[in-house]
Ligand binder design. Structure first.
Ligand code: ADP
Ligand code: MG
Length: 185
């Protein structure tokens, strides 16, 4: 067993600017294209996908998820945007998953990021400072809370006791259709 690395979990979101595409653009499969490009980046960066699901957040759920930003000038805009279409929530696993995923996303503000970090997800695919295509937890406590928010049935402690070692040993394979890594038995 490789004792040098330790795997960490983070919560990633692919926001409605990617998943919700106006009907006229669906003809061009733009939404599918962007979603696939982000999925490819996740795999290229060697993240493992522990859980994923699409869901359409209600206004109340969005307000709860982003409660820390209540009162800020962009809060209403953010809540309207995040409840405007489907979001894909993913539990991602990697060494230093939290900081790695934030690095791959790039800084919050798309207009600056397009110049300062053009090869990040937000730099490549973000539309505006609010519609910035992805979310990532910013600390271990936040990741635990956010994983619980989107996947209340997922037991992090149980996963660490039973599944962790298989992911650490690379004893998993990607189910492409489900976009999930499954333990190989
Ligand atoms: P991050 O998503 O990088 O952790 P924050 O937690 O600060 O950033 O903000 C949450 C979300 O609120 C951002 O991802 C973005 O969608 C929106 N947001 C943050 N700052 C601004 C801003 N200055 N103008 C518009 N929208 C913003
Ligand atoms: Mg944040």
């Amino acid at each position: 067993m490789n004792s040098k690395i330790a795997l960490q979990l983070t919560l990633a979101l692919i926001k409605p600017d990617v998943t919700k595409v106006p009907p006229v653009l669906q003809i061009l499969s733009l939404g599918t294209y962007l979603l696939k490009a982000i999925h490819k980046r996740i795999l290229d960066e060697k993240f493992m996908v522990i859980r994923q699901k699409m869901m359409h957040l209600t206004t109340a759920q969005t307000e709860n998820f982003y409660a820390e930003h209540k009162g800020k000038f962009f809060y209403n805009r953010l809540v309207t945007f995040m409840s405007s279409g489907p979001t894909q929530a993913l539990i991602l696993c990697h060494e230093d998953a939290i900081s790695r995923w934030r690095q791959i996303m790039g800084p919050t503000k798309v207009y600056r990021t397009q110049y300062e970090a053009p090869d990040t997800l937000r730099g490549m695919y973000g539309l505006t400072d609010t519609r910035n295509c992805t979310h990532g937890s910013d600390a271990p406590e936040t990741a635990a809370r956010e994983i619980g928010f989107f996947f209340p049935e997922f037991d992090i402690g149980a996963w660490q006791r039973t599944d962790y070692k298989h992911f650490l040993n690379g004893n998993v394979e990607l189910n492409e259709k489900e976009f999930l890594h499954r333990i190989v038995t």
